[in-house]
Design a protein around this ligand. Sequence first.
Ligand code: ZN
Ligand code: ZN
Length: 352
Amino acid sequence: MADLNLTQNGTCSSPSPTPAASDDHGQSALIFLGTGCSSAVPNAMCLIQPSDPPCAVCSQSLSVPPEKNPNYRCNTSLLIDYCRSDGNHSYVLIDVGKTFREQVLRWFPLYKIPRVDSIVLTHEHADAVLGLDDIRAVQPFSPTNDINPTPIYLTQFSMERFKGSHLIKMHLANCFHIFLTTGMKFPYLVQKKLKEGQEVRRVAQLEWKIIEGNYEKPFVASGLKFIPLPVIHGEDYICLGFLFGEKCRVAYISDVSRFPESTEYVISKDGGGQLDLLMLDTLYKTGSHNVHLCLPQTLEALKRIRPKRALLIGMTHGFDHHKDNEFLTEWSRREGIQVQLAHDGLRVPIDL
Ligand SMILES: [Zn+2]
Ligand SMILES: [Zn+2]
């Protein structure tokens, strides 16, 4: 079981120990389905061609099962279990990466997540979308695809890449781009009607919803309002983070190398108001990277933004969960901002 004692404060005003999932059905929660980089952790090379001595973080996966191993990190993704005012729950999924099926099998039964009501995409890189084919696994069965489609919110830019009407400029670094020869990612998930003579095949049913107003227009997914937060993810690419929650102010920014001034203002204590929780990208423990923040830049950003609490996501095998959280506990004490690495399966009860 994941170390849920990290979850701490369930509400914005009154810290309380984390209740068990079954005890707080009347409250919203954030469930970290994945907290790793695009190639996920363990890094395959550390296991198939081990160094001498072997990588301690990755070799842990050979002896500790993933659900007990905070150093086992699938592609970064968040499930928002949103408890509406009438007590009914909606389940909003942010990003559907290459490891989506594994994440569903591991965490949905444990936390009694029965379905996905809507999907929100930060961008269209492989580690954010290549699990979309498996969305059918969390949809009702119909051999004729006659079911209510799941709404999926994305930018026009991402939509064009799904449809394949543009070829994207390749860029390097650890977000892969995978293209079919036509340049399309998911032509069969975008297609509305069958062509003449085309057989019915069971595929995920999605209702594509474009985030309007050049990324900036808020939208409502399954009753929860999201404010898009455009960020630079490599200087040639804009990715979205999201601000949500009315009781607690929460921001999720999974892929960022630089904050535009307007976005940083909205989420800063000295600007739009202090966040109760910021989930923020950190790729490597040291150094820097062209399309992601690494720990030194992440901590600098936290000192500027000053959320009450931050949970870091998107880590490579360079991070050793417990060891690095000890360092972050010290840092938190010094700086007055509570910061920890998140881990797969972490569940944070929160009022939204
Ligand atoms: Zn490793
Ligand atoms: Zn990316």
